[in-house]
Design a protein around this ligand. Sequence first.
Ligand code: TRP
Length: 467
Amino acid sequence: MDNNISVEASATTKTSSGGAKRSSFSGKIGFVLAAAGSAVGLGNIWRFPYLAAKYGGGIFLLVYIILSVTFGFSLMIAEIAIGRKTQQSPIGAYRALDKRFGFVGVLASIVPLLILPYYSVIGGWVTKYAFGFVTGEMSNMASSSYFGDYISGVWQPIFWFALFMGATALIVLFGVQKGVEKVSKIMMPVLVVLMVFIIVYTFVTTDNIWDGIVYYIKPDFSKFTYMTFVSALGQLFYSMSLAMGIMITFGSYMKKEISIEKSTHQIEIFDTGIAFLAGLMIIPACIAYDPSQLTKGPGLMFGVLPKVFDNMFGGAFIGAMFFIMVLLAALTSSISLMETVVSTIQDKWKLGRKISCLIVFGTSILLGLLSCLGYSVWSEVLFFGKFAFLDFFDFLTNSVMMPIIALITCILISFFIKPSTIIEEVSLSGKFKQKTLFSVMIKYITPVCLVVVLVFAILEGVGVITV
Ligand code: TRP
């Protein structure tokens, strides 16, 4: 769910020039809520559970949590501090730190353009399921073949994707994000309560639930593979909205007296907490109802949850509520992604808002169609022999582009502007408690791990190794 700051601040800001006075969040809670709002979305509810299920269960969870408090913590601090220090949006911010690094900002701005279309395809799936539950289709949807049949169809997925994308575009075009965000802010706590209820209900009423809980919670080190690490890292970037300039923009609106360190911890806990709950809701139920779904990937949530609701007293109602709330969370994220791309295009090419919206809408429809049809008509088009279009865009952004952006950011901080610049900015609002962790992570551990990840990804991509 997102709180759109670029709109909020546009009255007083010229984003790329950075010269004009920037408006800022009203207080500490304002900042944390807005940033946490941007972080929580389909990444937590749809993406985290399927990756955790596929790449080792408990060991994935453990690796993810460790990465979150080390990598995630350091990168988020760095991005927010860069934004607050330079008072600019990504392209200008990187350039302001060092002229030669302006291209990183450009690269970071391309990421949301690539994510938005496939995010909206998933948003379309959610819309379809919300609609299905509301119209009493639950028992149909609970059958094992339903999801597969649905995405291998042609017109249905395109229709729901276009509907979701169209709604996003209209909201951005007419600038009515505020209304949607207000609704979603109220809905967020309800969604959490609903998830807890679904978890408790499933745990109490399902006989063989224990195996699944153990699989999800208890790390099994023999299940650790290279992919556990790479996918956990990619998920971290995605879920925390890192390495795509978003947190730089957020930082640029943050007041100097608010603690970057504390806020980062809060966002981290919130974001990881929701992802953890989503996993707890989906993975044990999957193992209890239909273990063959476990490695299914992106379809996991859609394959498992209708079964859970179908077995639940009042499941049709709870299921409808659940999918509607997830839809809201997805919509606020897609709005924020689109807003980011639109304002970059407006700034960069000095175009009007309407035409920029139209360009982004057109590109997203085209790219999104590839992702839709990649599961049906073009299902034999596989990148590197295994990625359908949607999975390919997902891999390209999260496992290739974001690590590259994060790596160059680390290099920029370590060798050019020095970690002390960031530490000074963070210390403006009190003592930076974990500054040693931060320096060691940024200077040594993060870059080394990122290089390893990239080298393996490329070697695997060109078929030299199979990991
Ligand atoms: N973090 C969001 C999620 O978990 C997805 C996302 C990535 C995002 N980058 C973003 C959302 C930028 C809004 C803006 O779903």
